[in-house]
Design a protein around this ligand. Structure first.
Ligand code: EPZ
Length: 454
């Protein structure tokens, strides 16, 4: 039989795809396992990333504790080292000495792999009067523009222009200090609020940020800066007032628990219909997540001030729309979408914060979910049972959603895309195994094929 070239090509493409997949690390999950016990939450990734950048504001030693052990934290630490800071990590404690900053230019090769590294722009500009930071690329969930950050720094008196993909910023005027002013944000951007807040701590005079983001991570950053002597009022509201000071002093600061990791684990309990506890948490950071879990049909019990227990009852579909805090968090959207595919009845999930954050819908369809995309909406009709399959997470929270779907699905699920998952979840398979989940990390499927002698 003579095979046409086309057939041979498609055969080769399939083999190559299988070979590529076979050589990627993968999480193997056997679903429908009842979970029980308590799961520990690490420090908040999105607080830690902004606070790490904030250490540039202080010309002395800072100590951060409850720092999560994540790929993104490692990358941000590399950037700070490249800028001349001295870092020493010991478990969840990181000592940072920012006495000497040796360059005002952040290295492209690291910035291009961590969007949050753009956070160093404001502190560098405030501390040195000059900063050069490559534009962060977009990512799977959207273009991720930074115009609001740049507009805010220009309002504070900086000259900012973009050349060859690098943001060049320098402070006009003799004394090299930014000048406080009133700034209205076109959108309550978390990152832009944090950039402007950090820059304003060392500016001359008062800065008022209106339509500011209210996320707990913004409050944590403000509290970190205040622990170094910054004068900040109103963090956590839409109007933040910063009175600039000449310099900031050292501090020893604990990062808050990660509300998104905590929410992800609560959903692990709901999707497997298991009673589990999650600790430590700050319950008021989870208000929209708790409200939606209760509306779906879970009882959420505060076992003490920092421990929540979830007790799933009869679960039913609900509608969800993501919004800036205190609205429902976009970082929990993929996880709840996975959960709702297993809940009786109809649900509509609307993503309003990012333009492209529904990639997980296609993967859930492959697991037998009755879900379809309609613009920025996922239209869901709950099914009785998802079925295990090889699936790929395309971004951090989509990967978490794939793990959750695997915990509920019948049979084996292989979750690819761990390079995304490891950016935001510390030892997720160990933590879930501690609840009784049948989950393990294979360095590559060929390892498994080798093990079984295939
Ligand atoms: C932070 O991203 C978080 N990342 C994101 O978490 C989170 O999803 C997001 O806030 C919203 O809560 C970190 O803190 C490191 P935004 P950020 O600026 O600051 C648009 C995760 O999974 N926008 O509030 O980039 C933007 O395009 C990550 O942990 C502009 O248009 O979010 C988006 O549509 C993902 N111009 C919307 O605002 C700007 O200058 C919200 O973005 C800035 C933002």
């Amino acid at each position: 039989m003579i095979l046409e070239d086309r057939t041979i090509n498609s055969f080769n493409n399939t083999i190559n795809k299988l070979h590529t997949e076979a050589n990627q690390p993968v999480l193997e999950i056997w679903g429908r396992q009842q979970l029980s016990g308590e799961i520990k939450v690490s420090g908040a990734k999105n607080s830690a990333l902004a606070i790490l950048a904030g250490t540039l504001l202080c010309g002395e030693q800072c100590r951060l504790s409850n720092l999560p052990n994540l790929v993104d934290i490692g990358r941000m630490s590399q950037i700070l080292s490249a800028l001349g800071l001295k870092l020493h990590r010991n478990g969840d404690i990181l000592d940072i000495d920012a006495t000497h900053i040796t360059t005002s230019q952040a290295p492209y090769e690291i910035v291009s792999r961590l969007r949050a590294s753009f956070f160093v722009l404001g502190p560098l500009l405030a501390r040195l009067g000059v900063a050069k930071v490559p534009l962060p690329g977009g990512c799977a969930i959207g273009a991720r523009p930074v115009a609001i950050h740049i507009k805010g720094l220009q309002a504070l008196g900086a000259d900012v222009f973009i050349e060859h993909g690098v943001v060049h910023a320098n402070v006009k005027g003799r004394n090299g200090r930014l000048k406080g002013t009133k700034i209205y944000l076109d959108y309550p951007s978390v990152g832009a609020t944090e950039t402007i807040l950090m820059a304003a701590t060392l500016a001359e005079g008062e800065t008022i940020i209106e339509n500011a983001a209210c996320e707990p991570e913004v409050v944590d950053l403000a509290n970190f800066c205040k622990s170094m002597g910054a004068k900040i009022r109103g963090a956590g509201t839409n109007t933040i007032i910063i009175s600039g000071v000449e310099r900031l002093h050292s501090t020893d600061y604990p990062i808050i628990p990660d509300r998104i990791e905590a929410g992800t684990f609560l959903v692990a309990g709901a999707i497997t219909r298991s009673e589990i506890s999650v600790f430590p948490v700050i319950p008021e950071h989870l208000t929209p997540v708790i409200a939606k879990l209760e509306e779906i049909g879970c009882q959420i019990i505060a076992e003490d001030t920092r421990r929540l227990r979830i007790v799933p009852k009869e679960l039913k579909g609900v509608d969800i729309e993501t919004l800036p805090y205190p609205g429902f968090p976009t970082d929990m959207q993929a996880q709840f979408t996975a959960l709702l595919t297993t809940c009786e009845g109809n649900s509509i999930v609307t993503e309003t914060v990012f333009e492209n954050r529904l990639h997980h819908v296609a993967e859930l369809q492959r697991m037998g979910a009755n879900i379809k995309l309609k613009g920025h909406n996922a239209i869901i009709k709950g099914v009785h049972q998802l079925s295990g399959a090889p699936i790929t997470g395309s971004d951090l929270r989509a990967s978490a959603a794939m793990v959750l779907a695997g915990l509920a699905a019948d049979g084996k699920t292989l979750v690819y895309g761990l390079e995304h998952l490891d950016r935001g979840y510390e030892n997720i398979e160990e933590k879930l195994r501690g609840l009784g989940a049948k989950i393990r990390r294979l360095d590559s499927l060929s390892q498994e094929l080798h093990l079984v002698g295939v």
